[in-house]
Design a binder for this molecule. Structure first.
Ligand code: PRP
Length: 214
C-alpha cells in the first residue's frame, strides 16, 4: 500500500504545517530541503507530502489521489466540494471582509454595486443573504486595485494585518467571517484507511488542543 498522502498548500500554510508535522514527530528534512521537488517523503515513509496550489489541494483530496489536505477555509468556502473537514488547525488566521475606499458610503443610493473579488462565490452569496444587488467581477490578485482604479465600488477579500488595505487607501466596511487553515480528508479514504487516518487526525487534534491551552 502506498504511504498516506497529504497535500499542503504551498507557501505560508506549508511552513506552518511542516512545523505541525515536526511537532507530531515526523522528520520533515526532505520538505525543508525540497529544491523543486513536489512530492516528498516524511518521517519513516508512512506519510508523503504533496505541495500544491490551494485550489488544487481540494481537487486532489476530492478525487482521492491525496488522502488528506491542508487548505484555507477561504478556498473551501469558495470551491465547496465533497470531503470531510476534520480540524481547524488554528494557523493561517485572517478574515473575509468587504472593503471600500476609505470615507465612502458603500450603501448610499440605489444603484447596483460592483464588487471585485478573487472569491466570486463568497462575494455573491454574502450580498445575496443581505439582499443587496451586486455585479461581481472576478479579479485574480491584488484585488485592492479595483476600487482604486475605479473598476469596483468595493472588494471582498481576505484581510490579515490590514496593511494592504491601509496602504492603498481602503478600509473595511464589514467583516464577513474568520478564516484559518483546515485539515480535509477524502471521503472514501476515511473508510478505507480508517485507522491510519484516524490516528493521524487524533494526533493533530491533541497538538492543537495543547496549543490552545497555552
Ligand atoms: C492577500 C489578500 C490581500 C493581502 C492581505 O493577498 O488578497 O491582498 O493578502 O494581507 P494584509 O491584510 O496582511 O495586508 P496575497 O498576498 O495572498 O496575494 P494576492 O493579492 O495576489 O492574492
Amino acid at each position: 500500500m502506498r504511504p498516506l498522502r497529504i497535500a499542503l498548500t504551498k507557501g505560508r500554510l506549508e511552513n506552518e504545517t511542516v512545523k505541525l508535522l515536526e511537532k507530531l514527530g515526523y522528520d520533515c528534512t526532505a520538505v525543508r530541503e525540497k529544491g523543486r521537488r513536489l512530492i516528498l517523503p516524511v518521517g519513516d515513509g508512512s506519510l508523503e507530502v504533496v505541495l500544491a496550489k490551494a485550489a488544487d489541494v481540494v481537487t486532489y483530496v476530492e478525487n482521492g489521489v491525496c488522502d488528506m489536505g491542508v487548505v484555507g477555509k477561504d478556498v473551501i468556502m469558495e470551491m465547496g466540494g465533497t470531503f470531510f473537514e476534520v480540524a481547524d488547525l488554528g494557523f493561517g488566521r485572517c478574515r473575509f471582509a468587504v472593503a471600500a475606499l476609505a470615507g465612502t458610503d458603500l450603501y448610499e443610493g440605489y444603484h447596483t454595486r460592483r464588487i471585485a473579488s478573487k472569491y466570486v462565490n463568497v462575494a455573491r452569496s454574502y450580498f445575496e443573504k443581505k439582499q443587496v444587488d451586486v455585479d461581481v467581477v472576478k479579479i485574480e490578485g491584488s484585488v485592492e486595485l479595483a476600487p482604486v482604479l475605479g473598476l469596483a465600488d468595493a472588494i471582498v477579500d481576505i484581510v490579515e494585518t490590514g496593511t494592504t488595505l491601509k496602504e492603498n487607501g481602503l478600509s473595511v466596511v464589514e467583516e464577513i467571517c474568520p478564516v484559518s487553515a483546515r485539515l480535509i480528508v477524502n471521503v472514501a479514504g476515511m473508510k478505507m484507511r480508517k485507522e491510519e487516518i484516524g490516528a493521524f487526525v487524533s494526533a493533530v487534534e491533541r497538538e492543537i488542543a495543547s496549543r490552545a491551552g497555552k
